[in-house]
Design a binder for this molecule. Structure first.
Ligand SMILES: [Zn+2]
Length: 126
């Protein structure tokens, strides 16, 4: 079963002095979860390829694309044991609560932009 873990972080601005607390959330997958995620990705993409068989104008391109993408995406999902979710905290610039969505491969430390004031923020381990 996948578990979501929290890690305390510091959200800083460029001056290096102003900082606020935040929490970094990441999902840890067990080997069973990784296999299930990989199988779902493979099944979904190959299922789309099968569904596109009766659509003549686009099936010449999309069916091979989905057939190739299926194993590639499944392999990437199988290799992903930890996935970054989001960061919550207070922006040091505008002092508002923020929630930053992250890409799966994001890791600490990282630079992001505040969604409220667009100021660059540095998120680092506390
Ligand atoms: Zn802000």
């Amino acid at each position: 079963m996948a578990t979501i873990e929290e890690q305390d972080v510091r959200i800083k601005v460029n001056d290096g002095v102003t900082a606020c607390d935040g929490v970094f959330f990441e999902t840890h997958y067990t080997p069973h979860d990784r296999r299930v995620r990989a199988i779902k990705a493979l099944g979904g993409l190959w299922g789309l390829a099968v569904l596109l068989i009766p659509v003549p104008p686009i099936h010449l391109v999309l069916i091979p694309a989905f057939l190739i993408a299926g194993p590639v995406v499944a392999y990437k999902r199988y290799k992903t044991s930890v996935a970054a979710n989001h960061v919550t905290g207070v922006c040091p610039t505008c002092k508002q609560d923020i929630k930053l969505a992250l890409q799966t491969a994001d890791h600490l430390p990282m630079w992001k932009y505040c969604p409220k004031c667009s100021a660059p923020v540095h998120i680092d381990v506390k």
